[in-house]
Design a protein around this ligand. Structure first.
Ligand code: NAP
Ligand code: FER
Length: 335
């Protein structure tokens, strides 16, 4: 009998997750009940926020349950349907990733069109990470034409898109940071950033000052910690920071020290705004229209790092936390 494999969390990671915290489990493939569809997953998303859901801590998303399959974005093809309006062969976006076959309530799926875009794009550039970049830069930070922008995590899915949106919307200067010389070069050569640096090569504050000598008006923060402190130092009067993520702290076992220069917010009238993409779904139609247009015109570039095989999904997730990816990290499950 064909079986479905799925990744379970079996122990809560302390610090960096290790393979022993997870288990790849085989289960029988279920039949859809009324209103349900059975989806053969084709592409899984692994995302930094999943690290937070591995902790037993109250947060915006509930913790993963020990001994049960983990959750996450996925795109797949319907192989059996007991739901009105959904047919075998349809492609759907849904939230039951980390597994080969998903039994999903039709109400919790979104149809995707693979002729309009390659399927993994619905997890990245036209999906959750893309909307995060769009909403964070344009709505949360309130970026306007002629401003200077600094993006951390800039070679990743969200960051590479945030920086390019700033450029396409008329930024005076776009600066990015990333974790290798190759990634920094990519930001300038392929994504059109004005300057970029490798944060591993020296203090962020110094490298940022050299890259943005006239300061910055907007900071898109994917990293937190030293990056946030450096950005507060570089922000101009009335500057804004959109706090998107703090990946430098996701595996910390002690609370990290906050930026030591929060006093600067007062005189510079700086605003720091945390946000969740889920609160900005109303922007989706506008986001898809505008980003879809840039993709068709070749004005927006994106990369994906694709890891193949359900048995390698955990490697993909751990690699994401280490920075093995350039652009969106995707797990492909070929048919
Ligand atoms: P990503 O940037 O594609 O991948 C994560 C990247 O983080 C890695 O490639 C790595 O790149 C970098 N990184 C790892 N450890 C780091 C450290 N100590 N210091 C600096 N960089 C480090 O992931 P993503 O999905 O686009 O997410 C980016 C950020 O946005 C994350 O913080 C995520 O939690 C957040 N996010 C927030 C929302 C929201 O609604 N608020 C939505 C989506 C994502 P390097 O090689 O450059 O180190
Ligand atoms: C992330 C991906 C998604 C993240 C947050 C979200 C902070 C938010 C999702 C939501 O709006 O529910 O990596 O990190």
């Amino acid at each position: 009998m064909p079986m479905s494999r799925e990744w379970h969390l079996v122990a809560r990671p302390q610090g960096w997750p290790v393979p022993e915290d997870f288990s790849l489990v085989s289960t029988e493939i279920p039949e859809p009940g009324p209103g349900q569809v059975l989806v053969r997953n084709l592409f899984l998303s692994v995302d930094p926020y999943m690290r937070g859901r591995m902790n037993d801590a109250k947060s915006y998303a509930p913790p993963y349950v020990l001994g049960e399959p983990m959750l996450g974005g996925a795109v797949g093809v319907v192989v059996a349907s007991a739901a009105d309006g959904i047919a075998v062969g349809d492609h759907l976006l849904h939230g039951l990733g980390w597994r080969e076959y998903a039994l999903v309530d039709a109400a919790h799926t979104v149809a995707v069109d693979r002729r309009a875009a390659p399927l993994p794009a619905y997890l990245g550039v036209l999906g959750m990470t893309g909307l995060t970049a769009y909403a964070g830069l344009l709505r949360v930070a309130g970026f306007t034409e002629g401003e200077s922008v600094f993006v951390s995590g800039a070679a990743g899915a969200v960051g590479s898109q945030a920086g390019q949106i700033a450029r396409l919307k008329g930024a005076a200067r776009v600066v990015g940071s990333a974790g290798s010389d190759e990634k920094a070069a990519l930001l300038v050569d392929e994504y059109g950033f004005d300057a970029a640096f490798n944060y591993r090569k020296g203090p962020v504050a110094e490298q940022l000052r050299a890259a943005a000598p006239d300061g910055i008006d907007v900071y898109f923060d994917n990293v937190g910690g030293e990056h946030l402190e450096a950005a507060i130092g570089a922000l101009n009067v009335h500057g804004r920071a959109a706090l998107c993520g703090a990946i430098s702290q996701y595996n910390a076992t002690e609370p990290p020290p906050g930026p030591r220069n929060l006093g600067l917010l007062i005189g510079k009238r700086i605003t720091l705004s945390g946000f969740l993409v889920g609160d900005h779904q109303d922007l989706r139609p506008e986001f898809v229209r505008e980003v879809g247009g840039w993709l068709r015109d070749g004005r927006l570039q994106y990369r994906e790092t694709v890891v193949t095989g359900i048995d390698r999904a955990l490697d993909a997730f751990l690699g994401l936390l280490r920075g093995d990816n350039t652009g969106k990290m995707i797990v492909a499950l070929p048919e």
